[in-house]
Design a protein around this ligand. Structure first.
Ligand SMILES: [Zn+2]
Length: 337
């Protein structure tokens, strides 16, 4: 860490600003250069918030500090996104958290990844003003690669039915589409695994005892690598798996400064995973968690997205609803006519 050398009065000014910017996130490095006289001058004071620590506002929390002569300070930070795709895919499934907020809870939630990115970025930006662009984005999940003779399995294996085959194909297709829509807006698919379908896997899938193994560990590894190599950036992990948090904490103890979590509501998680004591309050995040349910209208795919004026469910329409009419979902509309 490089010491900041400034004139006395300027130092005082920084301290004052630092104290006044307690809501800002830390871990963001300012790139400021010293002028030839070895003293320093302030850039735009708006940027000071981004270079002081979130809760302490102390002078020694400033990281690399070099002031450029009379020039505005430029601070560049990006938001890197790491998605536990297996969890998010399930969170978007019919009757789950997100679908439940839409007009048709029995249909999968149509997530718009570009809108999700945009929304996460504004969440990060509000806490860390210097974070104003998207960085690397990964979605990790696994999609079974099916053998060529998969359709013959009911003849070859005892207990395998044509229904198993159809259901498995459907599931693979749905995941492919999910991954494709993320990749089409810039996500890397390098962390998408393609294990070969085996007889014993099909059996476990049928009895709902199949457990994916690699995805959560991959998400943690990618996030931690990103956080270590980009300490000035902001990093978000999208997951409902409580177990990743202690792992992140161990591998990257500075997580609280510039890592945040996007998930469903904690109470929802408890209902889904009672064996895990998911408590976000045990973790000291400077950037508040992003709860997907609070943003369904902003992240739903569709030409024109509305929130029903009566039941508050969200829905999309191919054509805009006239400005004077109150948005009304299918169910409420049916009740009223
Ligand atoms: Zn309604």
């Amino acid at each position: 860490m490089r010491a900041l050398r400034v004139k006395k009065g300027v130092e005082a000014a920084i301290k004052r600003h630092a104290a006044g910017w307690q809501g800002c996130v830390a871990g963001v490095t300012a790139k400021i250069e010293t002028n030839p006289r070895g003293t320093a001058e302030l850039g735009d004071s708006r940027h000071l918030g981004a270079i002081c620590d979130s809760d302490k506002g102390r002078f020694d929390q400033l990281t690399i500090v070099r002031l450029r002569n009379n020039e505005e300070v430029t601070i560049v930070a990006q938001l890197n996104i790491f998605i536990d795709g297996s969890w998010l895919f399930k969170a978007c499934a019919p009757e789950r958290a997100l679908a439940g907020q839409t007009e048709w809870s029995d249909k999968a939630f149509q997530l718009d990844f570009a809108r999700l990115d945009e929304n996460l970025l504004s969440h990060a930006h509000a806490a860390a003003p210097s974070c104003d662009r998207l960085g690397s984005r990964y979605l990790s999940t696994s999609i079974f690669s099916l053998p060529d003779n998969f359709d013959d399995w009911p003849n070859e294996y005892d207990g395998v039915t044509a229904d198993d085959i159809a259901r498995t194909r459907q599931g693979v297709l749905a995941r492919e589409r999910f991954v494709d829509s993320a990749v089409s807006v810039g996500y890397s698919d390098r962390a998408v695994y393609r294990p070969r379908m085996k007889g014993w896997i099909l059996e476990k899938l049928r009895s709902k005892r199949y457990q994916e193994k690699q995805v959560d560990a991959t998400v943690v590894a990618l996030l931690v690598r990103s956080a270590i190599t980009g300490p000035d950036d902001v990093h978000v992990v999208i997951t409902g798996d409580a177990d990743v948090l202690p792992a992140i904490k161990v591998a990257y103890p500075e997580y609280s400064k510039n890592v945040f979590i996007a998930t469903t509501h904690p109470d929802e998680l408890l209902a889904e995973r009672r064996q895990t004591a998911f408590s976000l309050s045990q973790f000291d995040f400077a950037i508040a968690p992003y709860y997907l349910q609070d943003h369904t209208a902003k992240i739903l795919r569709g030409e024109h997205v509305y929130t029903c004026a009566h039941c508050h469910k969200v829905f999309a329409r191919p054509k805009p609803i006239p400005a004077k009419a109150r948005p009304c979902c299918f169910t409420c509309n049916a009740k009223r006519t």
